[in-house]
Design a protein. Structure first.
Lengths: 102, 257
C-alpha cells in the first residue's frame, strides 16, 4: 500500500520529536554536574516521575483506585511478588466494576 | 520478576554500565518485562481499534508504533487524526505528552557513562515508561544496566507493535481491557516499583508528596498530560533544594554545592 504524504509527515514528525526528547535528556544529563543540587535532582527523578504518573492514575479512579492501590501494596507485602500484586490490583478494579462501584 | 532472584557478585563491580551486560542482561530484561508487555499489548489492541476507525492502515500504524514507541502520545495522536491530517497539531501534542522522556532518559545517564555516542543513540530509542521503571528497579537489586533496558524495550516494542496490528484487524471482537481491570495493571506494577524506590522518609517523603500532590492537582486543572511534568519537576525541585539531602548524604557530609 502507498502512504499518504501528510500521514507520513505526521508519523515521522511524531517519531522525530519523541526521539529528540529521549536522546537530549540522556545527553544533557551527561553535561550536568554529578554532585550538589543537580546530582540530587537527577537522583530523585526516578521516584518523582513514577509518582507523577501513578498518583493521578490512582486518584482518577476515585475510591476504587485507592482501594486497588492498597490491595496491590498489601499483596506485594504478603507475596513479595510484583506479578501477584499486579493481578490483585487489576482484579480489584475489575470486581469493583462488576458490582457497579466504578 | 520475583524479588528473590539474587544477582551475582559481579553486580557490585566494574563501571555502572557493565552491571549486567550482554545476553544475560538482555535476557533478564526480557524476562522482567514479559508480563507487563502483555498488558501493553492489550492496550495496543485498543489503539489499533481506534486507528482503524480513523482510517489508519496497518503499515502506517506499524510504522508509527515502531518509530514513536510511546503509548499515551500515540493515543493522543490517533485521537486527533482527521482528513486532511493536522500534522503540526499532532506533532505538537505528541511533543507535550512525551516531554517526560527528557526526565526519564536523564535519570538513566549513569547507566550509559562511557558508552560511545552511536550506541547511546541506538539504545535510547528503546526507553519506555515500563522498561525504564523495571530497569531502575533491577538496579536497586544490584542488576540492571543498558542490556537489561534494551531487553525490556524489545519486549515492549514487540507487544506494542503486535497489539496495535491485532487491534486493527480484530478490534471489533476483542473485549475491552477495562472489563478485566487491565487499565490498572500497569499502574499496579508502577506502584510496586515505586515501593522499591522508597529510600526512607527523610530522603523521599517530601519530594514524593509534592510530586503526587502537584501531579494530581495538575491532572485536574491542566489539559492533556502536563501533569506528569508538573508533578515530577515539582518533586525534583524539592529534592534538589535539599529536602532529601540529609537523608541520602547523611547530615553534614553532604556534597559541596
Amino acid at each position: 500500500m502507498r502512504l499518504d504524504p501528510a500521514t507520513l509527515a505526521a508519523i515521522l514528525g511524531m517519531a522525530a520529536v519523541t526521539y529528540a526528547l529521549r536522546l537530549s535528556g540522556l545527553l544533557l544529563a551527561d553535561r550536568l554536574p554529578r554532585g550538589g543540587r543537580w546530582g540530587r535532582a537527577l537522583e530523585s527523578l526516578s521516584g518523582t516521575v513514577l509518582m507523577a504518573i501513578v498518583a493521578p492514575a490512582v486518584t482518577g479512579l476515585g475510591w476504587v483506585g485507592l482501594l486497588a492501590a492498597g490491595a496491590t501494596l498489601f499483596a506485594l507485602h504478603l507475596s513479595r511478588n510484583v506479578l501477584a500484586a499486579m493481578a490483585v490490583g487489576a482484579a480489584t478494579v475489575a470486581a469493583a466494576r462488576q458490582i457497579g462501584l466504578a | 520478576m520475583g524479588r528473590e532472584d539474587g544477582r551475582d557478585a559481579a553486580a557490585s563491580e566494574g563501571p555502572p554500565g557493565r552491571r549486567q551486560s550482554g545476553l544475560a542482561g538482555f535476557a533478564a530484561g526480557v524476562r522482567d518485562a514479559f508480563v507487563v508487555g502483555l498488558a501493553v499489548g492489550a492496550y495496543g489492541t485498543v489503539l489499533g481499534a481506534i486507528a482503524a476507525s480513523k482510517g489508519i492502515g496497518p503499515a502506517e500504524l506499524a510504522l508509527m508504533s515502531m518509530t514513536v514507541l510511546a503509548g499515551s502520545s500515540q493515543f493522543v495522536a490517533v485521537d486527533l487524526w482527521a482528513t486532511p491530517v493536522p500534522v503540526a497539531e499532532i506533532v505538537a501534542a505528541v511533543m507535550i505528552v512525551n516531554l517526560r522522556y527528557m526526565l526519564i532518559c536523564a535519570s538513566l545517564h549513569p547507566l550509559f557513562l562511557g558508552m560511545p555516542l552511536l550506541r547511546k543513540a541506538a539504545c535510547v530509542h528503546f526507553v519506555t515508561d515500563e522498561n525504564w521503571a523495571l530497569t531502575m528497579a533491577a538496579i536497586r537489586r544490584g542488576g540492571g544496566g543498558v542490556a537489561h533496558l534494551v531487553g525490556g524495550g524489545a519486549v515492549i516494542f514487540v507487544f506494542w507493535v503486535g497489539g496495535g496490528l491485532a487491534g486493527l484487524v480484530f478490534g471489533d471482537v476483542l473485549p475491552p481491557p477495562e472489563a478485566i481491570g487491565l487499565d490498572f495493571a500497569v499502574t499496579a506494577v508502577f506502584l510496586c516499583l515505586l515501593r522499591g524506590f522508597w529510600g526512607g522518609a527523610r530522603a523521599d517523603l517530601l519530594p514524593w508528596a509534592v510530586a503526587a500532590g502537584a501531579a494530581v492537582a495538575a491532572s485536574l486543572l491542566l489539559p492533556g498530560k502536563w501533569y506528569i511534568l508538573a508533578g515530577a519537576l515539582s518533586g525534583t525541585v524539592v529534592a534538589a533544594l535539599g529536602a532529601g539531602a540529609q537523608g541520602r548524604a547523611g547530615g553534614e557530609a553532604r556534597d559541596a554545592a
